[in-house]
Design a protein around this ligand. Structure first.
Ligand code: ZN
Length: 89
């Protein structure tokens, strides 16, 4: 069994990103296996998602509550801005 990397799914107004590789991510994905683009100029096609398992959901937006985040991903522990533990291993 290989060691799996973990990351926090960071949700913002129009984008969500992976805390590990900081590339775009889809909020519904369990792993960072594809990159969400369209949130900026398209990235180089050499960009690859890091494949990390999302183990929590958080945000950088101070106005987002844990309840808001739980609506997006009820299966993950939710942390308000700045409160997520360092889960990037
Ligand atoms: Zn990633």
């Amino acid at each position: 069994m290989t060691t799996e990397h973990t990351a926090v799914l960071l949700v913002d107004d129009y984008t969500s990103t992976c805390s590990r590789c900081r590339r775009g991510a889809f909020t519904q994905d369990t792993h960072h296996n594809r990159i969400a683009d369209g949130w900026s100029t398209p990235g180089p096609r050499s960009d690859r998602p890091c494949g990390a398992l999302f183990v929590a959901i958080s945000t950088r937006r101070l106005e987002y509550t844990e309840a808001d985040l739980r609506k997006i991903r009820p299966d993950l522990p939710a942390y308000t801005a700045g409160m997520a533990p360092d889960l990037t291993t």
